[in-house]
Design a protein around this ligand. Structure first.
Ligand SMILES: [Zn+2]
Length: 101
């Protein structure tokens, strides 16, 4: 795993967190068995190291997806509307990411 990529990824998370007004207490990038990320309501965020080798388009998808869960715990209408507002055609990105997995 490249240290530079990890740093770039974390910077991207911080910049999205600022934009979405989310307070991140803990930010980790580590090996994960079966998912891209996890978040908890106490401000802890963890991302899979496997993301680092993917295109930053996928970074943004996973980052915004998780950050929105700090205020919206589901994938309902509001969550989807915000995903579209920030990422455009996020469903297409999601589809490609699933093909990558
Ligand atoms: Zn989700």
């Amino acid at each position: 795993m490249s240290f530079a990529a990890k740093l770039a990824f974390k910077e991207r998370v911080r910049s999205w967190a600022q934009k979405l007004d989310v307070h991140v207490v803990w930010l980790g990038v580590r090996p994960m068995r079966s998912k891209w990320a996890s978040c908890s309501t106490n401000g802890h965020l963890n991302f899979s190291v496997d993301l680092l080798s993917l295109d930053p388009t996928f970074w943004d998808y996973v980052i915004v997806h998780e950050l929105l869960h700090f205020s919206i715990p589901n994938h309902g209408r509001l969550w989807k509307a915000l995903m579209r507002a920030h990422l455009g055609d996020w469903e297409e990105i999601e589809k490609k990411l699933k093909q990558n997995a």
